[in-house]
Design a protein around this ligand. Structure first.
Ligand code: IPM
Ligand code: MN
Length: 352
């Protein structure tokens, strides 16, 4: 099979970690006889610096033509400290999501037994936790009308959802639940928000189509609390854009594996695969960042193209690297490997 992969390495540690994921994909391609064509493109602060636009048209065209996109990270502190900055790297991310129709962000949260002691929670709480957060990504308050009054003393952000948008994401969440433990939690704020009430109404109307799925509804504040008290209670959580932003960050630290967790943004035109962590600018160029989340994102990418054996080969090699202690300094201070060494080890393990 021929795979066309757009490569948007982005900022900070992006280029280093994406390079390791490419090594894993190359190893898989050699083993399973696939041809891979990578097309690099600019995004984020790097794109602002070079062409003045965080998601240039050329990058968009490359994504549209790709079977899937491998994404590193974006963000640069020089923009965070400048509240008046006209263009920000984050705008590139939002533009990409909207233009590619990336309506769902999928974040699986799994435990890695050898790392459980890194969790801020007690072992008995996290051991065996295994959940997926499905976040709506192109609607809600992120994309509603926003602005300021003329005298600048008032600001607003509208939260809007349509039936189609809600049905689409719920359908995807139900299908994840069907493949997993058949439990779905719809997270909302239906006691206060009109959009949440519409979400709940639509989810309830869909329930009869999925009789084997146990559905429950939880207000987001309560869900945030229960998620750290009883993470094992959850299988698939589905929620709107901003709640999902917050809940998925919370979920990602539960298992102590922040540097290891991948994500997929499922789209209408193509899908984008990226680690859940950010651009970690302090580590840029030092060859110390953990590449595993990006390598596992490559596994999700292959899965999305139905290359299940190939994805499994990556996951198994990653598990072996963790068991063998071939890990970066965030995981082991005593014997830390470099980013590139971990990438080489995993690629070699895949090759067999
Ligand atoms: C994320 C990020 C983005 C978001 C920011 C950078 C705009 O936090 O991907 O979760 O809020 O969606
Ligand atoms: Mn976020």
């Amino acid at each position: 099979m021929k795979l066309n992969i757009g490569v948007l390495a982005g900022d900070g540690i992006g280029p280093e970690i994406v390079a390791q994921a490419q090594k894993a994909i190359d190893a898989v391609a050699a083993k399973f006889n696939h041809e891979v064509v990578y097309t690099p493109a600019l995004v984020g602060a790097t794109a602002i610096d070079q062409v003045g636009d965080p998601y240039p048209e050329e990058t968009h065209e490359i994504c549209m033509k790709s079977d899937a996109v491998l994404f590193g990270a974006i963000g640069d502190p020089k923009f965070d400290n400048d509240p008046k900055a006209k263009v920000r790297p984050e705008q590139g991310l939002l533009a990409m999501r909207k233009k590619l129709g990336l309506y769902a962000n999928i974040r699986p949260v799994t435990t890695f037994p050898s790392l459980l002691e890194k969790s801020p929670l007690r072992l008995d709480i996290v051991e065996g936790a295994d959940l997926v957060v499905v976040r709506e990504l192109t609607g809600g308050i992120y994309f509603g009308d926003k602005g300021r009054s003329e005298d600048l003393t008032k600001a607003f952000d509208n939260c809007v959802y349509t039936k189609e948008e809600i049905e689409r994401i719920l359908k995807l969440a139900f299908s994840y639940a069907e493949k997993r433990d058949k439990r779905l939690t719809v997270v909302d704020k239906a006691n206060v928000l009109a959009t949440s009430r519409l979400w709940r109404e639509i989810a309830q109307a869909m329930e009869p189509e999925y009789k084997d799925i146990e559905v429950d509804y939880m207000f987001v504040d309560n869900a945030a609390m229960q998620l750290i008290q009883w993470p094992k209670k959850f299988d698939v959580m589905v929620t709107e854009n901003m709640f999902g932003d917050i809940i998925s960050d919370e979920a990602s630290v539960i298992t102590g594996s922040l540097g290891l967790l991948p994500s997929a943004s499922v789209g209408v035109h193509t899908s984008v695969f990226e680690p859940i962590h950010g651009s970690y600018p302090q580590a840029a160029g030092k060859d110390i960042a953990n590449p595993v989340a990006t390598i596992l994102s490559a596994a999700m990418l292959l899965e999305s193209l139905d290359l299940l054996e190939e994805a499994k080969a990556i996951r198994e090699a990653v598990n072996k690297s963790l068991e063998a202690g071939v890990v970066t300094e965030d995981i082991s201070k005593e014997k830390a490997y470099k980013t590139s060494e971990v990438g080489d080890w995993i690629a070699k393990e895949i090759a067999g």
